[in-house]
Design a protein around this ligand. Structure first.
Ligand code: 3PG
Length: 305
């Protein structure tokens, strides 16, 4: 069996070594395609592989057509909106993710962005503290729960809303449950987004919702750019000069945001949420183990299609 790691944004070396230890132990061959710049490189590399490990790399019908032997693709991470699930199913390819494995890494970055934001991007002027501020977490999944835990360490008041997670579950984590996303935006100083990109959530973070934020409010996005209604957010930031937007995923209109909202807008140059050695090791090795578990033992836990 041949496994390919195809990562436009590479894992740390220690993670690749860890994946190799798993594939070696199973007697599988491991190939590596990193930092590719053309889709053609991916199409060529998948031609003879049985299993594929990816990150935010796009796996669409064309990639699946080119991967004649492919049986399984594992997204080493949480969000699998980069995989065409219907096409995978049509090609008899199992798709999986590795939920939770990079969650702490993403959650820690939320606070990196927040401290940078509330200290005015380290420009020497007097900023504010996180202690005592009210943090609203939108979606209480693996990342949201880690954000809540860290926020409690900062002494923040933590509130969460999740359309699919009952209030009682949220409250057992010592977090107040909001009744709606509107209530969350209305009552919090800072909102951290942890929703996946789905047909329901795309462009759902819009003018009406973000406009509910209190004076001096901050929106932090370590989820997906697609959940933001960009024209709406631009319009709102033009009107509300008190608001800040901090994001780990560059919007399509990054240049416009940067030009119009200097000092209130920050985007990481490259998505950094899951870019830690620990997250790479956790998600990468989980992906390798899931591949061996599936190919050797038929285990399909974490299948998403
Ligand atoms: C995820 O969905 O796991 C995160 O967004 C991390 O994405 P990345 O592996 O592309 O950094």
């Amino acid at each position: 069996m041949k496994v390919l790691i195809a990562t436009e944004k590479p894992f740390s070396k220690v993670a690749v070594d860890g994946i190799k230890a798993v594939t070696d132990a199973a007697g599988y061959e491991l190939a590596l395609l990193e930092k590719y710049t053309e889709k053609k490189q991916l199409l060529d590399a998948v031609a003879d592989v049985d299993a594929l490990i990816i990150r935010s790399d796009k796996v669409d019908a064309e990639v699946l057509d080119a991967a004649k032997n492919l049986k399984i693709v594992v997204r080493a991470g949480a969000g699998y909106d980069n995989i065409d699930l219907a096409a995978a199913t049509a090609h008899n390819v199992v798709a999986m993710n590795t939920p939770g494995q990079n969650a702490n890494s993403v959650a820690e970055l939320v606070f990196g962005l927040l401290v940078y934001g509330v200290r005015n991007f380290f420009n020497g002027t007097s900023g504010t503290e996180l202690l005592g501020k009210k943090l609203g977490i939108l979606a209480f999944g693996n990342v949201g729960r880690n954000v809540a835990r860290i926020a409690q360490g900062f002494g923040m008041e933590v509130v969460a809303y999740d359309a699919f997670c009952p209030a009682e579950v949220i409250e057992t984590a010592g977090v107040k449950a909001a009744k709606s996303q509107e209530e969350l935006f209305e009552t919090c100083d800072i909102i951290s987004l942890h929703i996946p990109a789905t047909p329901e959530t795309k462009q759902s973070i819009n003018y009406a919702l973000v406009g509910k934020l209190k004076k001096g409010g901050i929106l932090v996005n370590t989820a997906r750019k697609e959940v933001i209604d960009e024209p709406d957010l631009i319009k709102l930031l033009e009107e509300r000069t008190d608001l800040k937007y901090l994001t780990d995923i560059k919007p399509d209109a990054d240049a416009e945001f940067a030009e119009k909202f200097a000092g209130r807008y920050f985007a990481t140059p490259k998505k950094m949420g899951a870019q830690t050695a620990e997250a790479n090791v956790n998600a990468g090795i989980a992906a390798a183990n899931q591949i061996v578990g599936f190919l050797r033992d038929g285990i399909s836990k974490f299948k998403v299609n």
